[in-house]
Design a protein around this ligand. Structure first.
Ligand code: SF4
Length: 482
């Protein structure tokens, strides 16, 4: 769609300048210790076969592996998981469905190669800049790979996205912020926050992670987010050496908030799950938690400069259940994790195998809010090129209106309406504007509504915003004029 945002140069390559970043900081880096973790990562089909032969958790039968191999599943995204997560998958159907490749992934590969046109917003390799928050690609892998991964193009190197050089990124941030202060840039605010992403920053060594944290803090950022699913995939990563590095960072930059954007998709990832796949309650009726996850959460929460926020998509056969979503929000909040966003599955290639229709996902999320307190609730949104579009309501149609109102507007009211709100958008003058479209129960993404829009708050000019509505009203207006 024709957003009037200036296209930026496309990212292609980056220099590695670790030596430069660490120069004259021996005393600091000398205080950071590393743990040699063995995540026992099982990557791709051949390794899975060996893993099962060796007595590992058989999440695939040999026939399933044969079928996936024949379908060429590794060309889309090789299956990958830690031994820890595979062991959990043995006990949890939801976890199994999250990491287990599905042959249907290869049946329909339609979807966006570069979801939400991210490269258009990449002025420097490894950096996406849309808001006062920028996103930085720091590593090209996670310890396990979600089949619905919305960054799979980056993990598999299918687009030109590259990992970031901290020196290039901080030069860009300082230059941008100086230009905003000087009034030379007026269409974007100063960069105050960065989200470290990838991949999962928590698979980096402590020193490599510190390079980014320290560099961004020295560039003047106030909040650094770490997007991670490692609390679900390999919670042992949050060990003494990691917390010593985090505390050292805080000592050097006491004003910087570190927000862990965690990614729990199902309560089985953080509650205690028995061998029969059941949750267990204590004598007070409270669910017992996974000991390793609880320890990581407690240690993070005990630091006043840290916050924990959960965000996850709603995925077919993983968490597409209102009761599960409600339990997840209650129990996460009780564990000290804020419920940030539930997302519509993004339109990556092959997404049809995992996506729940937009209106169904909204209904599940809405039902899950019943019985939740104000501090436990979350938003349901689509992360689109125009920003985070919260789906605020789906209104049932009334067939009688087709005749009573008549024309295209009567048809629209008979079909029912969906209302999105631009909860977060790079366009200052469109913040909190809305988009109204005719319902489409089969839509899997915003593209399923583009030819049904009545009012489009994503557009800049009033004529464009109201254009479809005026067209729908035209017959009635003409009759009135006659
Ligand atoms: S944790 Fe995030 S980046 Fe990693 S595989 Fe899952 S969705 Fe992709």
């Amino acid at each position: 769609m024709p957003f009037d945002h200036k296209p930026e140069p496309i990212a292609t390559s980056r220099p590695k300048q670790k030596g430069l970043v660490r120069r004259h900081k021996d005393n600091v880096y000398g205080q950071i210790s590393e743990t040699k973790f063995n995540r026992y990562v099982v990557h791709d089909i051949a390794r899975y076969r060996k893993y099962v032969d060796e007595g590992g958790a058989a999440v695939y039968s040999q026939d399933e592996l044969d079928e996936l191999e024949a379908a060429g599943i590794s060309d889309r995204l090789p299956p990958r998981a830690t031994g820890y997560y595979l062991d959990l998958a043995k006990r949890s159907q939801a976890v199994r469905n999250l990491i287990k490749a599905r042959p249907e992934e290869m049946e329909d590969l339609s979807g966006e190669k570069d979801p939400s046109n991210q490269l258009k917003y990449s002025p420097v390799p490894g950096l996406l800049h849309k808001y006062e928050l920028c996103l930085i690609y720091v590593v090209r892998t996670c310890s396990s790979w979600c089949r619905y991964c919305y960054r799979s193009d980056f993990l598999t190197g299918k687009t030109e996205k590259d990992t970031a050089s901290i020196t290039e990124i901080t030069d860009y941030i300082k230059g941008h912020n100086a230009a905003v202060e000087a009034g030379e840039i007026t269409d974007k605010p100063k960069i105050r926050e960065a989200l470290l992403s990838g991949g999962d920053p928590m698979v980096l060594s402590n020193r490599n992670l510190f390079d980014y944290l320290n560099g961004l803090a020295e560039a003047g950022l106030e909040v650094i987010r770490i997007g991670t699913k490692e609390m679900a995939f390999f919670p042992e990563r949050f060990d003494d050496n990691f917390f010593e590095m985090l505390d050292l960072f805080h000592e050097l930059h006491p004003h910087v908030l570190v927000a862990f954007m965690v990614h729990f998709t199902h309560p089985d990832e953080f509650l205690h799950v028995t061998n029969d796949g059941e949750w267990v309650r204590d004598e007070h009726g409270r669910f017992l938690r996974n000991r390793l996850v609880e320890s990581a959460a407690q240690r993070l929460r005990s630091r006043p400069f840290v916050t924990l926020e959960n965000q996850t998509p709603i995925i077919d056969q993983v968490n597409d259940n209102a009761d599960v979503l409600r339990t997840m929000q209650q129990e996460l909040k009780r564990m000290g994790v804020n419920n940030h966003y539930y997302f519509q599955c993004r339109e990556i290639e092959g997404f049809r195998a995992f996506a729940v229709p937009v209106e169904t996902a909204w209904k599940l999320h809405t039902e899950s809010q019943h019985g939740l307190s104000g501090i436990e609730r979350s938003r349901f949104a689509l992360s689109t090129e125009a920003g985070k579009m919260e789906l605020v309501s789906v209104i049932d149609g009334d067939e009688r209106l087709a005749d009573t109102v008549g024309g295209p507007l009567g048809e629209a009211l008979a079909e029912g309406l969906v209302i999105f709100r631009l909860h977060r958008t790079p366009f200052e003058n469109r913040q909190s504007d809305i988009v109204i479209a005719r319902r489409n129960p089969d839509a899997l993404w915003i593209t399923g509504y583009e030819d049904r829009i009545l009012y489009d708050g994503r557009r800049e000019d009033a004529d464009d915003k109201f254009g479809p509505l005026l067209a729908a009203l035209a017959p009635a207006l003409m009759t009135a004029a006659e």
